[in-house]
Design a protein around this ligand. Structure first.
Ligand code: UD1
Ligand code: CA
Length: 485
C-alpha cells in the first residue's frame, strides 16, 4: 500500500482575497459556477478526496464567507445523495486580517492543522481541479516530499516560475520565483506554479516559521518554502498537467463565464457518455444533478437545477427550465415548459405530455398519461392517471381524479384572501371552459360542469351542474340607431 494513502489528508483553502475585479458586493469565492459557489466546488473536491478536515482562510467579508461555509456543510450533511465525508463535518475557518500574502495566509491555519497529516493547499477561486489530479499530486509527494502542481504556459506572465536545476527544464525543482522578483532569464521559464501544493504538515509548519517579506511585493510568499526544502536537502517534486482549466482561477466575470462553459461541457460529455442525447452540448446547462434513464433526448437551451431525474425515453423540448423534478418513463416535455419543484418537488407520470408553455410548481404530482397543455399552471395538486388540462387553466391545491377533463380558461379558486382551500374533482368529471371552482368544493364523480359556471357548492356524482345567468334571447329587440345631429 502506498504511503500517502495511509496518511490522513487535511485541506487548506485560501479564500481571503478581495476579488476586486469581480466588481461585486458578493465575495468572489461565493460567485456561482454550475449553480454552486466556487468555494463549494473546492470543498466538494476535498470531500471526494476523503479529507479528514478542511480549513478555509477567510479575510474580506469573512462573516459572509463563514456563514456560506456553514450552509455548504449543512447542506452536504443533509443531502442523502452526498456521502457524508469528514471534510464537511470537520470544516474550520480561520481569519487572516490583514492579508500579508499567501504564506501569511497559511500561517493562520497552523493552530488548527494536525501534525500527522498531508496538507493539500487549494484556492477557493480555482473550481475545476479534477480530483484525480489532486490524488496524483498527493501520490507524487509520496507522503514525505513537497509536491507542486505545475503547468507550462506559452504566456507565463503573472505566475510564479518553477526554477529547475538545469536548463532543459527537467532537473530538480530549486525555487519558485514570483513574476515581480524574476530576472529576465527566469521570466522566460514557461513552467509555472499553479497555486496548488501537497506537503506533509510537519515540514510545512517548520518552513512557515522561516518566511519573511523581503521581496518585490513585501509579502510573505508561501512559494518561498520551496527554497527552504531545497536548503534542507529535501527533494521538491512537481506534478505537471496540461489542462489549463484545472488550474484556472476566477478573477473577473469574463473568466467566470469561461469556466462555466468548460464545466458545462464536462457535464454534457459525461451525460452523453451515459447515452443521453443532447441536441447540442454547447447549449446545455446543469446547475445541480441530473440522472437519466436510457434513450433520453434533450433539445437545446434547457436548464436543469436541483435534483432532476428523467426516466427511460423521456424527451425534453427546447428551452425548458426544470428544477427538482422526477419525470417518469416516456414522458414528453414540450418546449418552453417551466417545472419548479423546490422543496415539495414535482413528479410527472409515465407517458405524460407537458407543454408547450406549461408551468408545474411545487407539489404538482401528475399520474400516467396526464396531459398539461399550453398556459396551464399546476401547483400543489395531484392529477390521477389520464387527467387532462390542455389549455389556459389553473389547478392549485386540488385533487383531480382519473380521466378528468379540465376545460380551457377554468380555474380552482383556492385562496379566499386569507386561507387556501382544496378542490376535489372526482374521476371522469368534465369541467367545461371558463369555470371557477371556489374551494373548498367537491365535484362528484362523472359529473359535468357547464361552461362559464362559478361553482361554490359541491355537486352530486353524475350531475350536470350549471351556475351562470340563464340565456335569454329577445326576438323583438331593436339595435339603437345613430341619432342625427
Ligand atoms: C500565487 C503564487 C504564484 C502562482 C499563482 C497561481 C504566491 C506567492 N504566489 O500568486 O506562484 O503562480 O498563485 O495562481 O503564492 N490569498 C489569501 N491571503 C493573502 C493573499 C492571497 O488568502 O494574503 C489567497 C487569494 O485569495 C487567492 C490565493 O491566495 O485565493 C492566491 O493569491 P493571489 O494573490 O492570486 O496569488 P498570486 O499573486 O496570483
Ligand atoms: Ca492569482
Amino acid at each position: 500500500m502506498n504511503k500517502t494513502v495511509s496518511m490522513p489528508l487535511d485541506v487548506v483553502i485560501m479564500a481571503a482575497g478581495k476579488g476586486t475585479r469581480m466588481k461585486s458586493t458578493l465575495p468572489k469565492v461565493l460567485h456561482r459556477l454550475g449553480g454552486k459557489p466556487l468555494l463549494e466546488h473546492v470543498i466538494d473536491a476535498a470531500a471526494q478526496l476523503n479529507a479528514r478536515s478542511a480549513v478555509v482562510i477567510t479575510g474580506h467579508a469573512s462573516k459572509v464567507v463563514q456563514s456560506a461555509i456553514n450552509s455548504i456543510a449543512f447542506k452536504a450533511i443533509n443531502t442523502p445523495v452526498k456521502a457524508v465525508f469528514d471534510a464537511y463535518k470537520s470544516i474550520n475557518s480561520v481569519l487572516q486580517e490583514p492579508q500579508l500574502g499567501t504564506g501569511h495566509a497559511v500561517q493562520q491555519t497552523v493552530p488548527v492543522l494536525p501534525d500527522d497529516g498531508m496538507v493539500l493547499v487549494l484556492s477557493g477561486d480555482v473550481p475545476l481541479t479534477q480530483v484525480d489530479t489532486l490524488r496524483a499530486l498527493i501520490e507524487t509527494s509520496g507522503g514525505d516530499k513537497l509536491a507542486l502542481l505545475t503547468i507550462d504556459f506559452d504566456n507565463p506572465a503573472g505566475y510564479g516560475r518553477v526554477v529547475r536545476s538545469n536548463d532543459a527544464g527537467r532537473g530538480a525543482v530549486q525555487a519558485i520565483v514570483e513574476q515581480k522578483d524574476a530576472n529576465d532569464a527566469q521570466k522566460l521559464i514557461k513552467e509555472v506554479y499553479s497555486g496548488i501544493m501537497a506537503v506533509p504538515a510537519k515540514l510545512l509548519k517548520g518552513w512557515l516559521t522561516r518566511l519573511d517579506n523581503k521581496n518585490a511585493q513585501g509579502e510573505y510568499y508561501l512559494t518561498d518554502i520551496v527554497k527552504f526544502a531545497v536548503a534542507d536537502g529535501l527533494l521538491v517534486v512537481a506534478h505537471k498537467i496540461d489542462d489549463a482549466a484545472q488550474v484556472a482561477g476566477v478573477n473577473s466575470p469574463v473568466q467566470l463565464a469561461e469556466l462555466e462553459r468548460v464545466y458545462q461541457l464536462r457535464q454534457a460529455k459525461t451525460l452523453m457518455e451515459q447515452g443521453v442525447r443532447l441536441a447540442d452540448p454547447a447549449r446545455f446547462d446543469l446547475r445541480g444533478s441530473l440522472t437519466c434513464g436510457q434513450d433520453v433526448e434533450i433539445d437545446i437551451n434547457c436548464i436543469f437545477s436541483g435534483q432532476v431525474n428523467l426516466g427511460n425515453g423521456v424527451k425534453v423540448g427546447a428551452h425548458c427550465v426544470i428544477s427538482n423534478a422526477v419525470i417518469a418513463d416516456g414522458a414528453v416535455i414540450h418546449p418552453f415548459t417551466h417545472i419548479e419543484g423546490e422543496k415539495l418537488g414535482v413528479s410527472v407520470g409515465a407517458g405524460a405530455l407537458i407543454g408547450p408553455f406549461a408551468r408545474l410548481r411545487p407539489g404538482a404530482t401528475l399520474g400516467k398519461e396526464v396531459h398539461i397543455g399550453n398556459f396551464v399552471e399546476v401547483k400543489n395538486a395531484t392529477l390521477a392517471d389520464g387527467a387532462k388540462a390542455n389549455h389556459l387553466a389553473y389547478l392549485g391545491d386540488a385533487t383531480v381524479g382519473e380521466r378528468v377533463n379540465f376545460g380551457a380558461g377554468s380555474i380552482t379558486a383556492n385562496y379566499d384572501g386569507a386561507n387556501k382551500h382544496r378542490t376535489v374533482i372526482e374521476s371522469d368529471v368534465h369541467v367545461g371552459s371558463n369555470c371557477v371552482l371556489v374551494a373548498p368544493v367537491t365535484i362528484g364523480a362523472g359529473g359535468t360542469v357547464g361552461g362559464g359556471s362559478t361553482i361554490t357548492k359541491s355537486t352530486p356524482a353524475g350531475a350536470l351542474s350549471v351556475a351562470r345567468g340563464k340565456q335569454v334571447s329577445m326576438t323583438n329587440w331593436q339595435r339603437p340607431k345613430k341619432t342625427a345631429k
